[in-house]
Design a protein around this ligand. Structure first.
Ligand SMILES: C[S@@+](CC[C@H](N)C(=O)[O-])C[C@H]1O[C@@H](n2cnc3c(N)ncnc32)[C@H](O)[C@@H]1O
Length: 231
């Protein structure tokens, strides 16, 4: 399976991404509300690393409540970053955001981040890189720092999985009102994503050195975890 996803996150999708994601309204809003609560006690001048920052949703949502936080975003898609950059400019956030084109492994290890966010990204990462991504996040954090990661997950061998998948398809068809769009999303999910059982992701997070992963969010196939870098 291909590792590079720039054929998916191309110019066309990057321009539509926020509108498509916005259709999942309450699901995405709820996840971000919980993330905001989890991060609420960070220092006033916290440094946040956003892996797979895409069009910058997580930066825009957090920055308005935390005027002194600094954000670093990294993403391999130039098209997604172009949209992100425009949005950060429009929101007046460029002086406290730095965007990097590439993968997390390209970023110098500073170990000075208070939090690392990786939202809706890891399901695109195949083996063997999948295990290593949590170790790379761990290295970037200060001791005591927090990781927050969310991905599409599920045990594809469980009898319940096909039921969840069907609800996922119906959801996309309902919100888009376009059966062909739902079909394309389902094709991408089965052909390009690597879905792991949630327990396996929890094991990978712990194996990277983090405290036991706490599952703070689940809505259908989207699962979210948080854990801390322990000394
Ligand atoms: C579904 S978008 C999520 C964007 C944003 N985090 C959000 O929640 O809206 C996935 C993003 O991950 C990026 N991506 C894909 N593979 C990646 C990898 N191996 N490392 C970092 N980012 C990756 C894609 O370019 C894309 O911008």
């Amino acid at each position: 399976m291909a590792y590079n996803t720039n054929d998916i996150f191309n110019n066309e999708l990057s321009l539509q991404y926020d509108a498509c994601n916005g259709r999942l309204g309450e699901i995405i809003d709820n996840m971000h509300m919980l993330i905001s609560l989890l991060l609420n006690n960070l220092p006033e001048q916290a440094k946040i690393l956003c892996v797979g920052v895409g069009t910058g949703t997580e930066i825009i949502r957090l920055a308005r409540f935390h005027p002194q936080w600094h954000f670093t975003g990294i993403d391999p898609s130039p098209d997604m970053l172009a949209v992100c950059s425009e949005k950060l400019t429009a929101a007046g956030l460029t002086d406290r955001c730095q965007l990097n084109l590439g993968y997390l492994s390209n970023l110098p290890v500073t170990a000075d981040y208070d939090a690392v966010l990786c939202l809706l990204v890891t399901h695109f990462i195949q083996h063997p890189q999948r295990d290593g991504i949590y170790t790379q996040m761990y290295r970037q954090l200060k001791t005591g720092g927090r990781v927050i990661t969310a991905e599409i997950a599920g045990d594809i061998h469980s009898p319940l999985f096909n039921e969840h998948l069907e609800v996922w398809r119906v959801m996309h068809e309902t919100v888009s009102q376009k059966p062909q769009e739902a079909t394309a999303i389902m094709a991408m999910l089965t052909q390009r994503l690597l879905l792991l059982p949630p327990e396996q992701t929890e094991t990978l997070i712990e194996q990277a050195g983090f405290s036991p992963a706490q599952r703070f969010f689940q809505s259908l196939l989207i699962h979210g975890w948080t854990a801390r870098k322990v000394a």
